[in-house]
Design a protein around this ligand. Sequence first.
Ligand SMILES: *Cc1c(COP(=O)(O)O)cnc(C)c1O
Length: 369
Amino acid sequence: MNTLKIPFANLSAQYLHLKAEIDQAVEQVLMRGDFIMGQAVGEFEHEFARFCGAGYAVGCGSGTAALHLALLACGIGHGDEVITTPHTFIATSEAITQTGARCVFADIEENTYTLDPACVEACITPRTKAIIAVHLYGQCAEMDKLRTLADRHGLKLIEDAAQSHGAKYHGKSAGTLGDVASFSFYPGKNLGAAGDAGIVVTDNEAMARQMRALSNHGRNDKYTHFVEGYNYRLDTLQAAILQVKLPHLEAWNEARKKIAALYRDRFADLPLLLPLERESNSHVYHLYVVRCERRDELRDFLARRGIATGVHYPVPLHLQEAYQYLGYRCGDFPVAEKVATEILSLPIFPEMSEAEADFVAATVRDFFA
Ligand SMILES: *Cc1c(COP(=O)(O)O)cnc(C)c1O
């Protein structure tokens, strides 16, 4: 019996690969002592904006804070409605609610798990102010259709790109497809910090300026404040580590794609629904999510063979206790509800060896044998 243990991610392997550079970057910050809004923050903001092909980037303390700032910069607040998907991490809807706006859910596409533009259209009311498209699992949502809808109804289009650093849509990078975009650098994301971190990206200079001010207590200068803001700053230490990692992101995404290709090849004849990569898209496989009617059995089988898996996400947001007050019921979003019972995220991370991916593939095949 094979005794390989396959984790869901391997952050220490990534650190060891870059240890000398990361240690040096951390030491430089410690020696300079510029922990808050230090040199590395501005440098990393420039580098990440350039990576996306966007005009401006503002570092944040988390992806959730970044999304909150993006909504505020769109002028969202009390009395407004923002449409998003129920098939996402709760941070997406939290950011909406925290502006005072009401979160309105719309169902997803069966094959890509991203917002279904037709369902979005059906939810638009005179109070609707914005749409948040979540580029889920590493693949961009159907942005052309969402852009058309947003323009027709005068809505802002926001990208939650927390799972899609480096993903492309018609050749353009995630983060440049809407009015403003947020990214998370939570440690397990395609680009991960050594703690919490995030960033907002936009081509709109006025929005960038406003988000920068709001992220730092609404400051004009140290003790004058034109508005009440937040402490949403990106730590200099995190920025310094992200600066070391960013040049490796493309190669890491390529490594993820290679594992996805291996899985695709090995699973072709199995009764599994594999990730559908839209022709317009370059998918960066933050997660490799298959669908299986016997999902829980498959998950237990893999766990017994030492293979870690995940479910992203098991309970759609409209059915969470936290959102009871919104008044949704079971059956409101049939696609999201069905998908949640069948999805399984298999291990995929850049440091995964071909032998490890082979072992996962062979074990999945064993389950069906
Ligand atoms: C990770 C994630 C976030 C939140 O990011 P944090 O940095 O943990 O605050 C938001 N949206 C999605 C889709 C995510 O996956």
